[in-house]
Design a protein around this ligand. Structure first.
Ligand SMILES: [Zn+2]
Length: 195
């Protein structure tokens, strides 16, 4: 029993889309980029309602904890190289006390992960989500942050070409419109000078 307490309870990975939403809604960098730093966070109950099953394993979450986890996870998406991504994720796993172990159900033996640091269960579930994602898709350049102006939201690039630059279609359209207008202004200025 003591051993079980020392190793902590089994961690279930957070669904990756949920982790992306968490980082974008609670992370300091995404909120700052879109000028929402001073705005109130969504209420915890509203947040829980978005995915009640996934949140059931964290009955006592606080806003401070969500911000902390979002800010710790952000560098994994913002990493400039595979090495940086690996280092950030290693730090996360270490801080969460994410520990591999084996579990069994009858004769069926499987890999299991535990959180050795009490209070870090959400961080452990976030780290495990990224670990499982990278195990299936090791190309870390597909974890990215938005190139849109006034946006630093994170995303997972699942496009066939792997060239995604924007968090959403809204940011992509906004950026294209901006580039188009800038080009038009430049052409107009040039023709005025020429006239
Ligand atoms: Zn964006």
């Amino acid at each position: 029993m003591k051993g079980a307490q020392r190793t902590g309870r089994e961690v279930v990975a957070l669904p990756l889309p949920l982790l992306v939403n968490l980082v974008n809604a609670w992370g300091s960098a995404p909120r700052k980029a879109c000028g929402k730093s001073a705005q109130a966070y969504s209420t915890l109950s509203a947040w829980r309602a978005t995915s009640p099953l996934a949140w059931r394993q964290f009955p006592r979450l606080s806003a401070t904890q969500l911000v902390e986890v979002a800010d710790l996870v952000y560098p994994v998406f913002a990493a400039g190289s595979g090495r940086e991504c690996a280092q950030s994720l290693s730090r996360l796993a270490e801080q969460a006390g994410l520990t591999p172990t084996m579990a069994s159900e009858g004769w069926r033996v499987r890999e299991a992960w535990r959180c050795a640091h009490a209070g870090q269960e959400l961080l452990a579930a976030a780290a495990l989500a990224l670990l499982e994602h990278l195990r299936a898709s090791p190309d870390a350049s597909r974890l990215g942050t938005c190139h849109g102006q006034a946006c630093a939201d994170v995303f997972v690039d699942q496009s066939p070409a792997g060239l995604r630059q924007f968090c959403s279609l809204t940011c992509q359209t906004r950026q294209r419109t901006r580039a188009y207008r800038a080009g038009k202004r430049e052409t107009e200025a040039r023709s005025t000078l020429g006239a």
